[in-house]
Design a protein around this ligand. Structure first.
Ligand code: S3P
Length: 439
């Protein structure tokens, strides 16, 4: 993995985005490809993997559990081998990655050995009670700081029973954690949620011969099913719509822009970004729509259009939850007041993303009204952002990238601290950004 230089970074304003931008492989699917490849019999070749630190954390965990992984790059394939999961010799470090911690906790909860999972300062602040509670109800022993609500988590699993769980927040990490535990459980696992969260796990399980039933409000699976190797032991990961979002918004806010984003995953439980761009008046065409390894993919062409204020709330929120920081930057360029609501869980992400978005927009000189579950952005379509002081990424890759997109509309160079946090999901972000800007 290439790494971004530490220390403050100076971002230059201006530039017209043009050409083709290839963004990293989907992070959610990269984690799941490693985990399912490790569980299923045989060796798997994984194409298009994310080269971000989060996915490397899952790869290291899989190795610590006794399954060999050969790491490729963004361009070259990875492989994951087979082996019975064994007790890890040391603490598993999930770094900044909530997906690693929640999915791997579900995975090890099905095994009677001891596992300890920890992470960086940001991950150790994030809520883990939402998985500890239902895993305990299934029969696993899960402890941790604050009674199991915070990592490090200490898990001794095995002898699990089924569960019917209603998730208090739509969460693919909780759902996937319980489905992974359920693979070792006796009885049915049913996970219900108010709005459907991303369904990558439900799509991948049947590819490995596991029957799942999609319900109106969730998913059900008979516990204890074994994974069967698919005929083609190759998994292909599309480009990450959550990474593409930064360039789509960049093209939306810079006059004269036209960017092509090839082979972006457009799974309907993840494509809320496209609906929001449309509502904001950003010019957007999907071409070459196809299915890659059971996931919808399209080439996106973005740029032009007349911006207008837009709203994000309700069932749309889980479909674009990770894109809200950069959509807030789009809202800052749209005339009128854009409203983001029903998004309280943003406070439990890599940072409190409501607080951090408010800080970012305020530093740009944009008025923003904070609410417990979101914020209203008073767009400032004319002139440049009058930036006050340095902007801090708050250990959050998506805040760093949203700030860099906003900086193209600033009235002078912007100093960004903590820019290296982009390595979680998009190690080459700043060079990709510079390459696509014609100055
Ligand atoms: C993810 C699910 C979402 C998302 C995260 C990745 C996944 O989190 O925000 O970046 O891969 O399952 P929640 O499940 O907490 O909503």
């Amino acid at each position: 993995m290439s790494t971004t230089q530490q220390g403050p970074r100076s971002l230059l304003p201006g530039g017209v985005p043009g050409g083709t931008v290839v963004v990293p492989g989907d992070k959610s699917l990269s984690h799941r490809s490693l985990i399912f490849g490790a569980l299923a019999p045989g060796d798997y070749t994984l194409h298009g993997m994310s080269d971000g630190a989060d996915v490397h954390a899952t790869a290291s965990a899989i190795e610590a559990l006794g399954v060999p992984v050969t790491r490729g790059s963004a361009e070259t394939p990875w492989t994951v081998g087979e082996g019975d999961l064994e007790e890890p010799a040391d603490v598993i470090d999930c770094g900044n990655s909530g997906t690693s911690m929640r999915l791997l906790t579900g995975l090890v909860a099905g095994h009677s050995f001891l596992s300890v999972l920890t992470g960086d300062v940001s991950l150790r602040r994030r809520p883990m009670g939402r998985i500890a509670g239902p895993l305990r109800a299934m029969g696993a022993s899960v402890d941790g700081r604050d009674g199991g609500r915070l990592a490090p988590l200490v898990v001794r699993g095995g002898s699990l029973s089924g569960i019917e769980h209603r998730s208090p927040v739509p969460s693919a990490q909780v759902k996937s954690c319980l489905l992974l535990a359920g693979l070792q459980a006796q009885g049915d696992v049913v996970v219900r949620e108010e709005h459907r969260s991303r369904d990558h796990t439900e799509r991948m399980l049947p590819a490995f011969g596991v029957e799942v039933e999609i319900l109106d409000d969730g998913v059900a699976m008979r516990g204890g099913q074994s994974l069967v190797a698919p005929a083609n032991r190759t998994l292909a990961v599309p480009a990450d719509i959550s990474a593409a979002a930064f360039f789509a918004v960049l093209a939306g806010i810079r006059p004269g822009a036209e960017l092509t984003l090839p082979a972006v995953g457009t799974n309907p439980t993840r494509d809320g970004l496209l609906e929001a761009l449309d509502a904001a008046g950003v010019g957007l065409t999907r071409t070459n729509e196809r299915l890659v390894a059971g996931e919808p993919v399209a080439d996106l062409v973005v740029g032009g259009g007349d911006l207008v204020a837009f709203e994000v709330g309700g069932a749309l929120v889980p479909r674009l939850i990770d894109e809200i920081p950069v959509l807030a930057v789009l809202a800052a360029r749209c005339p009128g007041v854009s409203r983001f609501c029903d998004a309280a869980d943003l406070r439990a992400k890599e940072s409190d993303r409501i607080t951090q978005v408010v800080r970012l927009l305020t530093a740009l000189g944009v008025r923003v009204d904070e609410r417990p579950d979101g914020f209203d952005v008073h767009g400032q379509p004319d002139g440049s952002f009058a930036v006050q002081g340095a902007i801090d990424a708050a250990h959050d890759h998506r805040i760093a990238m949203a700030a860099a997109v906003a900086a193209t509309c600033a009235d002078g160079p912007v100093t960004l601290t903590g820019a290296d946090s982009v390595d979680s999901s998009f190690p080459g972000f700043f060079s990709t950004l510079e390459r696509c800007l014609v100055r």
